[in-house]
Design a protein around this ligand. Structure first.
Ligand code: PLP
Length: 219
């Protein structure tokens, strides 16, 4: 199957309110261009250097999402153009994103990554940490970021019941905190679901899916 066919197929299965992020990490620019020519505008990358290399090679109307684990010292490289940062997992990182957004005279949209899996290796905040940051005075001072939602990754397992439980848990947290609206915080986006579990994620309330291998082939 071609990238174009894969994309068309996936899009035909997505409800209207669900945004597709085409995860293009490790894939060559030619593959991204094929997806672009098929109408795809939102691309997700995991590695800062790779994103910085690819960005000038694609047309200007591409919206770049950073979906990997972002180190504070690398924020400055993507701050001039990044559209949405999915994996924010500390106030410190958010403060650095704000600082770099100020320098670039931009507002950068962010999602908090919430830890929902059973695996030790996954990053993210637990609900208590999320709640603390959302109610902190420090958050209110950050005028150049906007918190627009939450992101989560389920455990890598074939156990659909477990994955479902984790997605439902994240949806419940999302619903609980979306009533908190402030100037720089309004949770509207729930980023959950990848190639193997996006249908289940959508059933559980996802509004943004991050799909790589089902579009571009295995890595
Ligand atoms: C790689 C990656 C994806 C896409 O995974 P696929 O299984 O290839 O669809 C989605 N989200 C994150 C955070 C990733 O690192």
């Amino acid at each position: 199957m071609s990238i174009t066919k894969n994309l068309q197929h996936i899009k035909s299965t997505l409800p209207e309110n669900v945004t597709l992020v085409a995860v293009s990490k490790t894939k060559p620019v030619n593959d991204l261009m094929e997806a672009y020519n098929a109408g795809q505008r939102i691309f997700g990358e995991n590695y800062v250097q790779e994103l910085v290399d690819k960005q000038p090679q694609l047309p200007n109307d591409v919206q770049w999402h950073f979906i990997g684990h972002l180190q504070s010292n690398k924020v400055k490289y993507i701050a001039p153009f990044v559209r949405l940062i999915h994996g924010v997992d500390s106030l410190r990182l958010l403060q650095e994103i704000n600082k770099q957004a100020v320098k670039n005279n931009r507002i950068i949209e962010c999602l908090f990554q919430v830890y929902i899996a059973e695996e030790e290796s996954k990053f993210g905040l637990d609900e208590k940490e999320l709640s603390e940051i959302l109610s902190s005075e420090e958050l209110k001072k950050l005028k150049n970021i906007k918190l627009v939602g939450l992101m989560g990754m389920s455990t890598f397992t074939d156990n659909q019941q477990q994955v479902k439980k984790e997605f439902q848990n994240l949806k419940a947290i999302f619903d609980k905190y979306r009533i908190l609206k402030t100037e720089n915080c309004e949770l509207q986006t729930l980023s959950m679901g990848m190639s193997g579990d996006y249908k289940l994620a959508i059933d559980c309330g996802s509004t943004m899916v991050r799909i790589g291998s089902s579009i571009f082939g295995s890595r």
